[in-house]
Design a protein around this ligand. Structure first.
Ligand code: AHR
Length: 522
């Protein structure tokens, strides 16, 4: 068959617009800078839940799985490479049932984990093991103290035990247990979801508890003074219901009127992306419908954040109090055959796109959101890593966190783009999303998420006041929206190099369908 030039040209444009759709114009204004994007928004969460701690990171020193002081070497290496800024521990709901004394010394109390499957809690992974873990991966500690079934006394003793340099009885006990030097505890969560699993408290009751914990649970480490002082994080909202706006109002108003005797530095917010709590989506074997539904749901966090940041702005216009999104991510149905109390799910390219969208949302509010923790780090919910005995696999979400490392402690830069639309059935979403920042390496970094399940996007990249010559980095896409990495096929979803050079003063970057791309722009 012979095609005329006209027919060929028409066909070419028809095909390319089907493949690429409209060009997306994107312009970065490097002459203007915004707030710092704290590295702590890339934080992780490791709860005593399922195999998140035991098996996932702790195998014990006698295990055949290669380990250093009981911590598995493969997992530690992968997390070191991720530059995890902080790890929240020991919960979650578990924190409000955790008694730290069971987890120190040579004789550990064997207890239960009633919230998560009712299984035995051997307490072989306790304070010293957690701090060793944080140290081995090059991270920092975010502890949640027990405000549910514990006391102010118990929490105060724990933090004195960990942080006192002076030779108190507790500091001496710490030394006997192997750590003479005081530990650093940069983040302290005061309770967890105290409106539900943490004791179903009213906001007023919680506020009176908060004042006591914020007053008496002291960090004595002399290295943690002034700007390095421990951030005390109050329980904040966990949904869109009116009771949560009342909660934020109560805590922020209480803080506004605080006296010299207590203070706080952060307010927590939890948000899970769940399609329907009664009928959750599967994490595997889904189609474009479920892909679009979950992405639509995840973008609803914008409204939640605006509501609660609005309340915070009212009481704290100087933004002294950080919003700490210390639980976020996708929550799907448990994998068939798994213990439902273990919250085991797979992690697909849909989760990579979801992770990038949430990180962009936090980065855009970097003046208020200064800490965030995805739930959870290993084997639980939207995990970075999945393990099965000696096997380990990195998930698509892991790759996104790794690609975003240049944004840790970067300075945000305004980026303008016509997002376009991606539609599936009656769901309409922005087609692309993007953030830009100047990294601590001095480079200009751009992250682009293409939500469109089918169409690549041609990005016409411009820089205000300067010519862009090249964009070099990595892109993460997959054969299908539900592509996953497994122990047998660990590289189905892996970042690939991507680059573009300017031609005739124009720089066009083609980002694949359903992808996350991070490039350095020159
Ligand atoms: O991450 C799982 C659970 O979700 C946490 O323990 C709890 O805080 C939240 O409800």
């Amino acid at each position: 068959m012979r095609l005329s030039l006209l027919t060929t040209t028409v066909l070419f444009f028809a095909l390319s617009s089907a493949a690429f759709g409209q060009t997306i114009e994107l312009s970065i204004d490097a002459s203007k800078t915004g707030p710092k994007i704290s590295r702590h928004i890339f934080g992780q969460f490791a709860e005593h839940l399922g195999t998140g701690v035991y098996e996932g990171l702790w195998v014990g020193p006698d295990s055949k799985i290669p380990n250093t002081r009981g911590l598995r070497n493969d997992v530690v290496k992968a997390l070191r490479e991720l530059k995890v800024p902080n790890v929240r521990w020991p919960g979650g709901c578990f924190a409000d049932e955790y008694h730290w004394r069971n987890g120190i010394g040579s004789k550990r109390g064997v207890t239960l984990n009633p919230t998560w499957g009712g299984v035995i809690e051997p307490n072989t992974f306790g304070t010293h093991e957690f701090m060793d873990f944080v140290d081995q991966i090059g991270s920092e500690a975010f502890l949640s103290v027990n405000l549910g079934s514990g006391t102010v006394h118990e929490a105060a003793d724990w933090i004195e035990y960990m942080t006192s340099e002076q030779q108190t009885t507790l500091a001496k006990e710490r030394a006997v247990n192997g750590h003479p030097a005081p530990y650093k505890v940069p983040f302290l969560g005061i309770g967890n979801e105290s409106w539900d699993c943490g004791g179903n408290m009213s906001p007023d009751f919680y506020l009176s508890q908060l004042k006591m914990y914020a007053r008496f649970v002291r960090n004595f480490n002399p290295a943690q003074r002034g700007d390095d002082r421990m951030m005390r994080i109050a329980v904040g909202p966990g949904g869109t219901e009116p009771r949560f706006t009342e909660w934020t109002e109560t805590v922020m108003k209480g803080w506004k009127g605080h006296t010299w005797s207590w203070d706080m530095e952060g307010l927590s917010l939890h948000n899970y992306t769940v399609y329907n709590w009664e009928k959750k989506h599967s994490s595997v074997d889904f189609g474009e419908k479920e892909y679009a539904e979950i992405l639509k749901k995840t973008l609803e966090i914008n409204g939640l954040l605006d509501t609660h940041i609005g309340i915070m702005d009212k009481y704290d216009p100087e933004k002294k109090i950080a919003l700490v999104v210390d639980e976020w991510g996708a929550w799907y149905a448990p994998m068939p055959g798994s213990n439902p109390g273990f919250l085991v799910q797979q992690n697909s390219q849909r989760d990579a796109v979801l992770a990038a969208l949430n990180l962009n949302i936090f980065a855009r509010r970097a003046d208020r959101i200064r800490v965030a923790n995805i739930a959870q780090m290993i084997n639980v919910l939207q995990a970075m890593i999945l393990t099965d005995k000696e096997k380990m696999v990195l998930t698509p979400t892991y790759h996104v966190f790794k690609m975003y490392i240049p944004f840790q402690d970067s300075t945000s830069i305004p980026v303008a783009f016509n997002a376009g639309t991606y539609a599936f059935s009656n769901i309409t979403l922005p087609r692309v999303d993007a953030i830009a920042a100047k990294g601590i390496d001095g480079k200009l970094w751009l992250a682009i998420t293409n939500l469109d399940a089918n169409r690549a996007a041609e990005i016409d990249l411009k820089s205000v006041g300067a010519n862009v010559r090249s964009a070099i980095g990595q892109t993460l896409t997959s054969p299908k929206v539900d592509s996953i990495n497994t122990f047998d096929s660990p590289k189905t979803v892996e970042p690939k190099p991507i680059s573009a050079r300017a031609q005739g003063g124009k720089l066009m970057l083609n980002v694949p369908a359903r992808s996350v791309t991070v490039v350095a722009v020159e």
